[in-house]
Structure formats: structure tokens, C-alpha cells
Design a protein around this ligand. Structure first.
Ligand code: DOR
Ligand code: ZN
Length: 465
């Protein structure tokens, strides 16, 4: 008897774990049920993917959506809408929100707000700080928690763990890989006058220089070794960090961003002004070249967009009062596909950075690979499509992108979330964000159970109620 599926993707070139192959994918109940010829199989929905490549749905493990406070900038609905418009099927949201996500209550509030409103699957970080260091072993195990994030240097919001003793206490509480924004706070304070005196955004990478990042990375690695914890260095930006981290890959994994691989100083500040301002900063061409070398030699594990959607009104303040950060969740895939077309990396390496890497680093259950039994999350791309990225295309509430006017080759044709087509040819094909579900993690499985509707339930924690 012929096999029957809910959905079949036919005739595409599929990025399987071992390489590209011309196969069909059969989906049942939101999961990948079969991979192969499937010539006699039937399905409720049959999608012809001739001339298209099928990638695992992109996992963006670094976004700032701001909810619950500051929702004029973004919220879980608009942020995840922007995500699916750009082939992203999973996001992890950062804890420097208002209020800070540093307690069980604030985490649960975010989970409740996402329920029924998120257009893609999600996880939330807990922020690590002096005040909650002793609770982190419990907090990092909350259902839907993607891990603990520490800001070693001040950035947007009040979250900070600047001193070694605080960072060590954070590291000694819990076991999951700790995510770090590594800039040395003492050096930031010491050099702030460079930014303040100049009032010129071009000095941003001088104020927050490569030495500032390297010092923090070295301190964190030493503390990681002392405590026996694994570390994930977010948005690494410099040649110096890459050279150092290569020698510490046993405990350190590494993220960089599409904007640090694409933009460079001083050009970006001359063209974009404070729109190019982010932390850690966009640096010189030499640093950008070193990031590409680290993509090629495998030092980099993941790409994150660091989507930080400040409004243009806020960005128009005089530097350094202007906020740091730029949107990126929707542009990450097309910008990187353009790099693939320019021959800067292979499509399979991109899949490694956007899906296999995050799956491995965060221990994500059943996502990030096109393999039988995995969630049927896909980004279906047309590698040959030539398009222009414009502010008008941006779904994020902020309504702008640093890539406005950029001509790219390679575009996301469709986004599929657990078997459901949520975007096709730039049209959002679902009415509301009811489809998004919390992600589960291999290290905290015992806490989370998925109900029949896909919701995560958890036993009550005495410490966290
Ligand atoms: O540029 C940045 N913006 N870097 C950060 O670390 C935080 C982010 C934000 O939240 O706006
Ligand atoms: Zn960030």
C-alpha cells in the first residue's frame, strides 16, 4: 500500500546531515516521517520544490524582543513574525528586558505571553547576576529556558555581572553551558570618555576596543576552567578573541553575527551612522577577515542575529546617548545566502552555523537537522533569486534594517514550522501566532513534558513557586 503523509516536499535539493541530496521528505504530525524517493507516496499537501534547496529551519539563538516592557520596540508577536518572514523557525530571547528576566516569575510571565502569540518556536534565557547567582541551578532548569546569559560589560538594560567573584558564583550554580557577553566593564568605564568627548559614533570601536573583548574572554575562560563549566561566547567580533578561543575549544563554543561578517568600520559608521552602533562594535576590515577565517577553520559554532530593534527615533539621539543594537532576525538568512553565492562559505557550512551548530551547543531536542523523527522545520530557499532588501520588507516594529537597498542573491521562498507552511513567497500564510511552542532541551528533559497539543508542562518546583 502506498505511504500517505500530511505533507510531501518533492524535487528539492535537501541539506541532509551528510550533504546535499535530491530526495523527497514526508511529514506526519509535524515531524519528518520519511526521507527518500517517495515516488508512489501520497499526501494531503504536496509541494514541488524544483530548483529550490531545503534547509533545516533556522535557529536564531540570539534575539531581543523586549516583551514584557518596551513593547513599542517589539513584542513576541512582531518579533516572531519577522523571524518566519526570514526562514527562522526557532528563536531564543535575551533576558535584558524590563523587568529583567532573572526570576522564575519573570520567566513564566514571558512563557505565558508567548503562548498563543508566537509565530515560531521559542526559548527564553535567564539573566545571571549577583542577586540570583544562588538560584541559577534551579532557574536554568525551568521549562522553556534556553540557558543562562551573563553580561560581563554594560550594554542595553541593567543586567550586569562585572566582577570575577560574582561570575564564579554564577558558574558554580548549575551545569548547562553558560552564555556570555564578554566585554570588560572596568575597561569600558575607563575608556567611556573617548565616546563622550567625540560624540562621534565612529569612535564606538575605539571606546569598546578589541582589548576590552579579549580581557573579558580570558577572564571568563579562566573562571570556566576553575568551575568546570562550558561557555558559549556570544557575538565574538575580533581577531584577538578568535586566536585565543581556538586554544580553548574544549570548553568554549563561539557565536558571531551576520553583521560582523558583512559590515566593517569605518565604512559602516560613515554610511549608517548610529544605525551601525551595536555592542560589541562592528570593527575594521582586518577583524572582519579574521571572523571569516574563524568560519573556515571551524572556530565559530553558531551565528546569532543579535536582533535588537531600537526605533529610528531612539537611534537619532546624539552618540553615545543613542542605543546600541540593530534588527537582524529577518535578514540573517538572505544576507548569509548572499555570502554563499559570493563563494565565502558553502551552503552546508551555513546550515551548520544556523541549525546543526545551535542544536549541538544548546542541546535542542528534535530540531536543527533534517532527519527522521525530527521536527519538520524548514527554510526553503531559492539560491538564484535576486532581490533587494528594503526597510519596507521588514516585519519588525522598528521598520528598518541596516541592509536597506542591499542587492542579494539567494532568498527564502518558504518557511515551514513543524509541518505547517507559515510563509510562502513573502506572504505570511497563518493568521495569528498560535503555532509557536516552547523548545525542549536535552539537559532538562525531566522538567518538561509536551502535552498532546504540544504545550510544555512542568512539575512544580518547590524553590521556584
Ligand atoms: O548592541 C547590543 N544591543 N548589544 C547588546 O548586548 C544588547 C543589545 C540590546 O539589547 O539592545
Ligand atoms: Zn544581544
Amino acid at each position: 500500500m502506498a505511504q500517505n503523509f500530511d505533507l510531501i516536499l518533492r524535487n528539492g535539493t535537501v541539506c541532509l546531515p551528510h550533504g546535499e541530496a535530491q530526495v523527497s521528505i514526508g511529514v506526519t504530525d509535524g515531524r519528518i516521517a520519511a526521507i527518500g524517493g517517495l515516488t508512489t507516496a501520497t499526501a494531503t499537501q504536496d509541494i514541488d520544490c524544483t530548483n529550490l534547496h531545503i534547509l533545516p529551519g533556522v535557529i536564531d539563538s540570539h534575539v531581543h524582543f523586549r516583551e514584557p516592557g518596551l513593547t513599542h520596540k517589539e513584542d513576541i508577536a512582531t518579533g516572531t513574525l519577522a523571524a518566519i518572514a526570514g526562514g527562522v523557525t526557532t528563536i531564543f530571547e535575551m533576558p535584558n528586558t524590563e523587568p529583567l528576566t532573572i526570576t522564575a516569575e519573570t520567566h513564566r510571565d514571558k512563557m505565558a505571553r508567548a503562548d498563543g502569540r508566537a509565530f515560531c518556536d521559542y526559548g527564553f534565557y535567564i539573566g545571571g547576576c549577583d542577586g540570583n547567582a544562588h538560584d541559577l541551578a534551579e532557574l536554568e532548569r525551568l521549562p522553556g529556558c534556553s540557558g543562562v546569559k551573563v553580561f560581563m560589560g554594560s550594554s542595553t538594560g541593567a543586567l550586569l555581572a562585572a566582577e570575577d567573584d560574582v561570575i564564579l558564583r554564577i558558574l558554580q550554580s548549575g551545569t548547562r553551558r553558560l552564555c556570555l557577553h564578554a566585554e570588560d566593564e572596568a575597561r569600558l568605564i575607563e575608556r567611556k570618555h573617548i565616546a563622550a568627548d567625540s560624540a562621534d559614533v565612529k569612535t564606538h570601536p575605539e571606546w569598546r576596543d578589541a582589548e576590552c573583548a579579549l580581557r573579558a574572554v580570558k577572564r571568563a575562560v579562566a573562571l570556566g576552567r576553575k568551575s568546570g563549566r562550558r561557555l558559549h561566547f556570544l557575538h565574538t567580533t575580533s581577531a584577538d578573541e578568535m586566536a585565543y578561543l581556538q586554544a580553548h575549544k574544549d570548553i568554549a563554543s563561539v557565536e558571531t553575527t551576520p553583521q560582523h561578517l558583512t559590515l566593517f568600520a569605518p565604512d559602516c559608521y560613515e554610511r549608517l551612522g548610529t544605525r551601525a552602533q551595536m555592542n560589541p562594535p562592528i570593527r575594521s576590515r582586518e577583524h572582519r577577515d579574521a571572523l571569516w577565517a574563524a568560519i573556515h577553520d571551524g572556530t565559530v559554532d553558531t551565528l546569532g542575529s543579535d536582533h535588537a530593534p531600537h526605533t529610528l527615533d531612539e537611534k537619532s539621539k546624539t552618540y553615545p546617548s543613542s542605543p546600541s543594537g540593530m534588527p537582524g532576525v529577518q535578514t540573517m538568512l538572505p544576507v548569509m545566502l548572499d555570502h554563499v553565492n559570493a563563494g565565502r562559505l558553502s551552503l552546508m557550512r551555513l546550515v551548520d552555523l544556523l541549525a546543526h551548530g545551535p542544536q549541538r551547543v544548546y542541546g535542542i531536542c528534535g530540531k536543527g537537522r533534517i532527519a527522521a523523527g525530527y521536527d519538520a522545520d524548514f527554510a526553503i530557499v531559492d539560491l538564484k533569486a535576486q532581490r533587494k532588501i528594503t526597510d519596507r520588507w521588514i516585519k519588525s516594529k522598528c521598520g528598518w534594517t541596516p541592509y536597506d537597498g542591499m542587492q542579494v542573491t539567494g532568498w527564502c521562498t518558504g518557511t515551514i514550522l513543524r509541518g505547517q507552511v507559515v510563509m510562502w513567497e513573502d506572504e505570511i500564510t497563518v493568521k495569528t501566532g498560535a503555532a509557536g511552542r516552547p523548545v525542549r532541551f536535552t539537559e532538562t528533559l525531566i522538567e518538561s513534558t509536551i502535552t498532546e497539543t504540544g504545550h510544555v508542562t512542568a512539575p512544580v518546583h518547590t524553590c521556584c513557586t
